[in-house]
Design a protein. Structure first.
Length: 89
């Protein structure tokens, strides 16, 4: 899992039938200081996140374990919108 920030949306009107009805968000990785990193993923959005939201993303085979993505051809899924991060150093 990683923290990310939704920075955009991917529109795909033609896609695999298993993906019909799913929306795709562009998510940039963020550090604990909320600073954006250069890396990004395109993730299926299961929680109606919007541009600017900090989110929790799961990738790899675990991305196919949510109710919406079960056994679907996805590699990254937004599974939570983050309200707050508490870090003790």
């Amino acid at each position: 899992m990683f923290l990310g920030k939704v920075v955009g949306t991917v529109w795909a009107t033609r896609k695999d039938t298993e993906l019909i009805g799913m929306s795709f968000q562009i998510v940039k990785h963020v550090g604990l200081d909320y600073k954006l990193k250069d890396t990004f993923v395109v993730a299926v959005d299961t929680v109606q996140a919007g541009v600017g939201d900090v989110v929790l993303v799961c990738s790899g085979s675990s991305a196919r374990l949510t109710t919406l993505t079960k056994n679907k051809p996805v590699d990254a899924v937004i599974m939570a919108v983050v309200d707050k991060i508490d870090v003790k150093e």
